[in-house]
Design a protein around this ligand. Structure first.
Ligand SMILES: CC(C)(COP(=O)(O)OP(=O)(O)OC[C@H]1O[C@@H](n2cnc3c(N)ncnc32)[C@H](O)[C@@H]1OP(=O)(O)O)[C@@H](O)C(=O)NCCC(=O)NCCS
Length: 129
């Protein structure tokens, strides 16, 4: 079993949506940038929930596309907070899909994003305060 062949998602479900024809690349599969944007949003939801404030992405530490995503797939993003620093949080996001025809939950992408909690002036502030 490879490192990506997990059976269960890790973390909390933060986003669930359906991949639409408008989200495809030139080959008709789902565009990787669309997936990254959802992962960023999902990690941001986990970050703001943890810090109870605005949060911004400061880094994408890793990003792996494991399997292609098809139009009509249900796309689920799961967030797991790996580390909380003073003002930053490192969040792992896994993306799992369910196909319409083949109803099998499979991991299609994973990444680690770093967010920073910010105040109303855009300056970092402690996550725990
Ligand atoms: C995020 C931002 C507020 C950080 O400001 P800054 O003055 O660099 O802040 P600091 O140097 O005090 O770092 C704040 C925290 O971010 C972490 N950090 C900074 N750059 C980082 C990087 N490249 N990777 C990982 N962590 C980083 C620091 O380690 C620190 O963490 P800690 O407090 O838990 O120890 C600022 O860089 C920013 O506004 N960036 C743009 C964010 C944005 O617009 N994102 C959306 C992109 S479309």
């Amino acid at each position: 079993m490879s490192q990506h062949e997990d059976i269960h998602p890790k973390g909390q479900l933060v986003i669930q949506t359906v991949a639409m024809p408008a989200d495809t690349n030139a080959h008709g599969d789902i565009f990787g940038g669309w997936l990254v944007s959802h992962m960023d949003m999902g990690a941001g939801i986990a970050a703001r929930h943890r810090a109870r404030s605005r949060c911004v992405t400061v880094a994408i530490d890793s990003m792996t596309f494991i399997k292609r995503v098809l139009v009509g797939d249900t796309v689920c993003c799961y967030a797991d907070i790996l580390k909380v620093g003073r003002t930053s949080m490192q969040i792992q996001i896994e993306v799992w899909t369910n196909g319409l025809v083949e109803d099998k939950h499979k991991k299609v992408a994973e990444g680690v994003f770093t967010f920073v909690a910010i105040d109303d002036h855009g300056k970092p502030h402690p996550v725990d305060r």
